[in-house]
Ligand binder design. Structure first.
Ligand code: NAG
Ligand code: NAG
Ligand code: NAG
Ligand code: NAG
Ligand code: NAG
Ligand code: NAG
Length: 382
């Protein structure tokens, strides 16, 4: 073979290997999906199967994902019910680390839907329409729903549940956590789920390694769940809930989760809550100055004061330094404005009726001047 021939063969081989890596054949069933290595977070490449917005109404094709698959992105389809064993035989998912099934309108996950997922570390089920409670005769409660995720580290359930999910969400979640053995889970997202309260206080107690609990954008009115059982808790996100006050007991239970009682630090986020501007919140401010719990955005926390029919936001520091300061400041401003208004009213009156005044005051002034003249004359005459 000539040198030219060798160069040609080498070039063709290079080109074909690059080509095959970029457009791996997903197979007939996965038509429309992307399969191949992509760069994630800069330098790391992952083998991704990406079936975004493909209009799938079942998950039959998932039994055909390539063995190399490390990340499955299956979002924006329409799968009301996830059936049993979506990946079929176990050799299909031996490399799977992350599953994203957001936005699929999923209402029910059957108890054994996820089989052969022992390698998966991240499961994302955001923006679905899940029901996990029994409704009438329908059984939607599958306590072992996540039981095969023995290595799961992060579970994302942001806006995952159907609207108007009642207080029993906590009971059912606890049951699922208890029966699924999520011993390695350290990050749990439950934002935007309209959670009002946890009827079951020990809802998170069966997650022995939980470190970060995200509960922002719910309607939680306080620390109405047990945190003393969460030995590794590191971050508790309660931003934008319905907390009007935190009781002494709740503050104490937070203190118990921070040094010197535990080794690690605890950070909480309680910004954007409707805290009342009352003595309890003054106590909260005092606690915030003393505690070893880190409070995110401490300076920006405000309380709500509904005075004179309008809602005022007051910085906690201002509140703690005494309401009188703010009141007297307000009164001063009001007084200055009133005085200014009074002065301008008088000026306007004087200006508008200046002729009348001249007519009325003219003779009086005349008399006065004359009198003065007389007296001067008289005094001079003496
Ligand atoms: C999956 O595909 C969608 C649409 O093509 C794209 O927006 C998204 O970034 C992809 N995700 C990944 C992880 O590659
Ligand atoms: C899965 O792979 C193993 C070897 O890695 C093989 O022995 C087994 O037969 C495979 N199972 C199936 C159902 O293909
Ligand atoms: C969510 O499920 C409920 C029934 O549980 C249904 O009434 C509702 O229409 C569903 N919402 C969406 C956006 O599909
Ligand atoms: C909270 O958890 C702790 C530790 O597991 C336990 O001792 C305590 O009884 C629990 N509190 C409630 C109210 O269940
Ligand atoms: C928020 O709390 C207030 C009183 O504490 C209560 O009246 C209101 O219903 C709560 N809002 C929601 C959405 O639960
Ligand atoms: C904060 O930690 C220090 C050192 O560990 C300790 O002396 C102090 O009592 C703690 N403060 C509170 C309020 O627990």
């Amino acid at each position: 073979m000539s040198a030219k021939g060798i160069v040609f063969v080498v070039l063709t081989l290079c080109a074909s290997s690059v080509f095959s890596r970029m457009t791996y054949d997903c197979g007939e069933k996965l038509l429309g999906c992307f399969c191949g290595n992509i760069y994630l977070d800069g330098s790391e490449t992952k083998y991704v199967v990406n079936c975004t917005n493909q209009g799938f109404t079942n998950v039959d094709m998932l039994t055909d994902i390539p063995i190399e698959t490390e990340m499955l992105v299956f979002v924006g389809n329409n799968i009301p019910t996830l059936p049993w064993n979506i990946f079929g035989d176990m050799n299909k998912s031996v490399n799977l680390k992350e599953i994203d099934m957001s936005n699929n309108n999923i209402m029910e996950i059957k108890g054994k839907a996820y089989h052969h997922v022992s390698t998966v570390e991240t499961l994302i089920l955001n923006h679905n329409n899940l029901t996990i409670s029994n409704k009438g005769d329908e059984n939607y409660h599958h306590p072992r729903m996540f039981s095969n995720f023995v290595n799961l580290k992060a579970l994302h359930l942001t806006n995952a549940f159907a609207d108007n999910t009642g207080d029993d969400l906590a009971d059912d979640l606890h049951d699922i956590f208890m029966n699924s053995g999520l011993d390695k889970l350290y990050k749990l997202h439950l934002e935007q789920n309209e959670i009002k309260s946890f009827r079951d206080q020990n809802v998170f107690c069966d997650l022995p390694n939980i470190r970060d609990i995200y509960l922002a954008d719910n309607y939680i009115p306080g620390l109405n769940f047990n945190i003393s059982c969460l030995k590794k808790l590191r971050f508790l996100d309660l931003e934008h809930n319905n907390i009007t006050k935190l009781s002494q007991r709740e503050l104490e239970s937070l203190d118990w989760m921070a040094p010197p009682h535990v080794e690690g630090t605890l950070t909480i986020d309680i910004r954007r809550n409707p805290l009342k501007c009352d003595p309890a919140t003054k106590t909260l401010y005092g606690w915030m100055q003393r505690t070893n719990v880190t409070i995110r955005g401490k300076e920006s926390i405000q309380c709500h004061s509904a005075k004179f029919g309008t809602n005022h936001l007051i910085n906690l520091k201002t509140l703690a330094e005494g309401k009188h300061a703010t009141v007297s400041k307000g009164v001063t401003v009001l007084l200055v404005i009133l005085v200014l208004v009074l002065i301008s009213l008088i000026s306007a009156y004087v200006y508008l009726s200046k002729d009348k005044l001249k007519n009325k005051l003219g003779p009086i002034l005349d008399k006065v001047t004359r009198k003065v003249q007389y007296t001067t004359i008289e005094s001079q005459a003496v």
